[in-house]
Design a protein around this ligand. Structure first.
Ligand code: ATP
Length: 246
């Protein structure tokens, strides 16, 4: 059974159709990456899956009682608000000190617990958000462009941490990313969005799909070949429906 899925889902935001007729599913333990141009509905898909925005048509199905750890694309913290990392991790639910210490240690951020949230670097902030997601003991981690604002070594370290967490906890990972060559190599499946699902499937299949190339060009293909890992498991059937370009 899928952890999360959508059936023929459309989402309208302020009269604008951000997503239409999306069929999507993610199963336990999978790493699925969502790619697509700016404004193609990637964040909207994630928000619909966690229930933060409503489907205007179709539906979203969640495994009953599903524990989700969500890392948003942006989180504005008022710089005038004194808020330590430890206190932040206890909002909105009070958390046990031990759980907070464990989550921070797990993301390599134990030394940050007394720091003010506004004083964190981009990479430290992302790790704290990941620690907060881990406090949910998630069956699925949902990450919206987790490496935004990080330099190349910083994003490589974060992706490697995400893979370690998946291996250790068995949690599925659903993320949005623009770093195609790195992320696609570490994903079981890639979903390419452009207001609807342009194509999806194993990274190499998507990278060579005409719909994907029409959106992203052919430049990443060589890099993908370099970074690709070997698959010893099977994938869903690929869907090559047509893609409309605005
Ligand atoms: N609250 C809103 N009201 C109206 N339109 C919205 C709203 N939120 C998002 N949109 C529009 O919906 C579309 C999809 O937005 P979304 O943030 O999901 O795209 P995205 O693929 O995540 O983009 P990016 O790569 O820039 O983060 C965009 O055209 C955006 O302008």
């Amino acid at each position: 059974m899928s952890l999360l899925s959508t059936q023929n889902m459309s989402v309208s935001l302020g009269g604008h159709v951000a997503l239409r007729n999306v069929d999507f599913a993610i199963s336990a333990g999978e790493i699925v990456t969502v790619v697509g141009p700016n404004g193609s509905g990637k964040s909207t898909l994630l928000k619909a899956l966690i229930g933060a925005v409503r489907a205007s048509e179709g539906k979203v199905t969640r495994k009953p009682g599903l524990r989700i750890g969500y890392v948003p694309q942006r989180l504005h913290i008022d710089p005038t608000l004194p808020l330590t990392v430890r206190r932040f991790l206890s909002l909105p639910h009070k958390r046990a000190e031990d759980d907070i210490a464990f989550a921070l240690a797990r993301v390599g951020a134990s030394d940050l617990d007394d720091k003010q949230m506004y004083s964190l670097s981009g990479g430290q902030f992302q790790r704290v958000l990941l620690a907060r997601a881990l406090l949910e003991k998630p069956e699925i981690l949902i990450l919206d462009e987790p490496t935004t604002g990080l330099d190349q070594p910083g994003s490589a370290a974060l992706y490697s941490l995400i893979e370690d967490l998946r291996r250790e906890t068995g949690a599925a990972v659903l993320m949005v990313s623009h770093e195609l060559h790195v992320v696609m190599s570490a994903s079981d499946r890639v979903v390419c969005l452009n207001g609807h699902v342009c194509c999806h499937g194993a990274p190499d299949i998507v990278a060579s799909a005409p719909e994907y190339r029409a959106l992203f060009g052919t430049g990443t293909h060589g890099a993908l070949a370099l970074y690709r890992h070997d698959h010893d498991h099977s994938h869903e059937v690929d869907d090559h429906e047509g893609c409309t370009h605005a």
